[in-house]
Design a protein around this ligand. Structure first.
Ligand code: NDP
Ligand code: GDR
Length: 330
């Protein structure tokens, strides 16, 4: 029997990689997209299939996390075997500007989906995109047993989503898991997250198309892995006999400064000649250091990260360089 999956956040970085993975595995894949006045499907356009094709296995549906009744109609129509809940207002800095909206989408959005599953009596497996930001000020290494101390409206909203997921597991016996993922990046990363911003700037500065890269805190330490590997971990979590929560991480910490140096070095530049400080990118409260301990995932899921930050920096800068070349040759 072919399995059916629903992915919320399918137009985002992780959603696009996960959709590819599930299609490769033979799933029928449904995705939730927001209505937008401009196209927001560039990361998944290559997966599009004509819904009139009797063999089509990829379908998109309009909906928004703030619309609870839509979650009910959508889940009732599709009745998926697996739900991967990835949609969120996912930008930490933006969450300080829009704390209420972030709580509504990133926090309550999870409850709306869990409650819709419960209301229609759907027997499915549920994945919640939890985050290392939940650990916030608690020092590394962080694992599944580390206490949470979120340092942003985004982190606080994710803590709420984490506990609602556990609560539906404990109260209703739902197969609901939290994947506590540390930062993971790729050429498909949103352009305002720091890795993509740096990689794009290094390529543009090397090509003479930009002069200066403005950044905030260079001392922050993050555990950066490769998104394509992390979506495999999400899938494995839903294939276990019992529902449990897992950290996915590389176990290696890198500063923003070191990542910047690696990107600029890969195009033959000294970052110190091109980077300037801009207070606007400094957060009201910072998370100083996140370094994950993914030994439970290694043991129980057979999952390990193989790509580390310096390789990611090269891979992402090279992708930006190629994209620039192809746009100028058009
Ligand atoms: P992105 O920001 O790339 O994608 C977010 C997705 O959510 C997009 O598809 C976006 O749609 C959708 N979305 C946002 N708001 C709504 C809404 N109100 N209704 C419906 N859809 C909405 O995130 P990532 O792919 O990087 O991350 C996926 C998930 O994992 C997120 O929940 C994130 O918080 C979490 N996470 C990410 C980590 C990372 O390092 N990448 C680490 C840990 C957790 P649109 O394209 O229209 O904007
Ligand atoms: P993060 O990612 O907050 O860890 O959240 P981001 O790339 O935004 O920041 C990482 C670190 O870099 C510092 N920084 C800057 N950040 C941005 N965006 N822009 C800058 O100019 C800049 N200068 C320095 C930040 O202060 C921070 O310390 C990401 C998101 O994907 C979340 O959804 C996810 O849950 C977490 O990763 C794990």
């Amino acid at each position: 029997m072919r399995k059916t999956a629903l992915i919320t956040g399918i137009t985002g970085q992780d959603g696009s990689y996960l959709a590819e993975l599930l299609l490769e595995k033979g799933y029928e894949v449904h995705g939730l997209i927001r209505r937008s006045s401009s196209f927001n499907t560039t990361r998944i356009d290559h997966l599009y299939q004509d819904p009139h094709d009797p063999h089509a296995r990829f379908f998109l549906h309009y909906g928004d996390l703030t619309d609870g009744s839509r979650m009910v109609t959508l889940l009732d129509d599709i009745r998926p075997d697996e739900v991967y809940h990835l949609a969120a207002q996912s930008h930490v800095r933006v969450s300080f500007d829009e704390p209420e909206f972030t709580g509504d989408t990133t926090g309550l959005g999870t409850t709306r989906i869990l409650e819709a599953i419960r209301m229609i009596g759907l027997q499915c497996r549920f994945y919640q995109a939890s985050s290392s930001e939940m650990f916030g000020a608690t020092p590394p290494p962080q694992s599944e047993t580390t206490p949470f101390h979120p340092r942003s409206p985004y982190g606080a909203a994710k803590v709420y989503g984490y506990w609602m997921t556990r609560n539906y597991r404990e109260a209703y016996g739902m197969f609901a898991v939290n994947g506590i993922l540390f930062n993971h990046e790729s050429p498909r990363r949103g352009e305002t997250f720091v890795t993509r911003k740096i990689a794009a700037a290094a390529a543009r500065i090397a090509a003479g198309k930009q002069e200066t890269l403005y950044l905030g805190n260079l001392d922050a330490v993050r555990d950066w892995g490769y998104a394509k590997e992390y979506v495999e971990g999400m899938w494995r979590m839903l294939q276990q006999d019992e529902a449990s929560d897992y950290v996915l991480a590389t176990g290696v910490g890198t500063t923003v400064r070191e990542f910047t140096q690696d990107c600029f070095e890969s195009v033959g530049l000294d970052w110190r000649d091109h980077v300037a400080h801009d207070e606007r990118y400094v957060r009201p409260a910072e998370v100083d250091a996140l370094i994950g301990d993914a030994s439970k995932a290694r043991r129980e899921l057979g999952w390990t990260a193989t790509v580390q930050a310096s390789e990611l920096a090269r891979l992402m800068t090279e992708a930006e360089r190629r994209a620039l070349l192809s746009s100028t040759s058009r």
